[in-house]
Design a protein around this ligand. Sequence first.
Ligand code: HEM
Ligand SMILES: *[C@@H]1O[C@H](CO)[C@@H](O)[C@H](O)[C@H]1NC(C)=O
Length: 333
Amino acid sequence: MEVKMKVWIAVMAFWGIIDGSDGNLMKGYYKETCPLAEEIVRHNVQVAILRDPRMAASLLRLHFHDCFVLGCDGSVLLDTKGEMVSEKEATPNANSLRGFEVIDYIKYLLEEACPLTVSCSDILAMAARDSVFLRNGPWWEVLLGRRDSLKASLEGANRYIPAPNSSLEGLIANFKEQGLDVDDLIALSGAHTMGKARCVSFKQRITQPNTEQTFYDDRFKRHDTFRRVLRAQCRDSTRDNLLTPLDIVTPSNFDNHYFVNLLRGRGLLISDNVLVSEDHEGYVFKRVWDYAVDRDLFFADFAESMLKMGSINVLTGVDGEIRKSCRFVNAWI
Ligand code: HEM
Ligand SMILES: *[C@@H]1O[C@H](CO)[C@@H](O)[C@H](O)[C@H]1NC(C)=O
């Protein structure tokens, strides 16, 4: 047994060297072991989006919330059981993250097709890529070969998922902790071109005194209408879970309209608005401007930053496991 294990580890290490992955991810990872994997994911993401267009946004966000806590290891998918406390109960996730049933179903189909082969964390990466593309966004060759975690971190989720009232400085520091730079922050924020937020997530934004009068000068009137409408909609705490599109103009399309909105003072979250309000003449503002006028530039940068985000602290080789069910570690089932 002992010897067998050592040989196995040596073989894995050898593979790491000859496929050039060396603990990293690669394209076409399931070409031999599960050739239909990417096709099964794409098809079922498509079906899920046809049923519920918002699902594209929700699946994209799942990958983000996975990667920012312990790395892209499927930890976000684990349910509470025994000593395992689910990340789903963390403040940024509770009553907010969705799409778990879609991932469960895809995992079920992949287990039928190729048992214990395709990791839950890879399913998230593929589903995020497909969600963007199926809503008219860019396509990229997704890097695969992640393995799944044996643990979750509720504290990590509360600590590392950025809060919607973060300052620009706070966001930059938060992304830096993940090895992502300010360019990644700006490009990835463009994910808010799809999907919805609850009143509770942007209440502070519409009730805080308007400090942008001088900056938005001529647009001040329109800008304030935006806040007035949202204030009416979110007028008391019974409406905390009421939803508003993050991009009011083209909510279900992946495009660069998010950045156009920012320039008009219509970023929904404080964390969106700070990209223009706290950096009037600076680097961040200029980049927002570039994306607002050049969709293809945004698409190219978004794809690149998604690959970077998708590589945060991944488990490969003999680390972690390939879960049988995305909700539980194998030892539990
Ligand atoms: C920059 C820091 C970020 C902050 C502070 C932030 C915060 C939020 C908040 C508060 C919501 C609404 C949640 C709710 O009210 O239920 C949301 C939604 C969303 N976020 Fe972010 N987010 C950030 C970055 C990202 C990134 C990097 C991505 C993906 C690459 C992303 C993708 C999404 C999507 C697609 C939605 C809509 C989800 C749905 O409709 O189900 N966000 N985000
Ligand atoms: C964000 O809001 C929470 C309360 O909802 C508050 O405790 C925190 O200080 C706020 N953070 C910032 C940066 O304003």
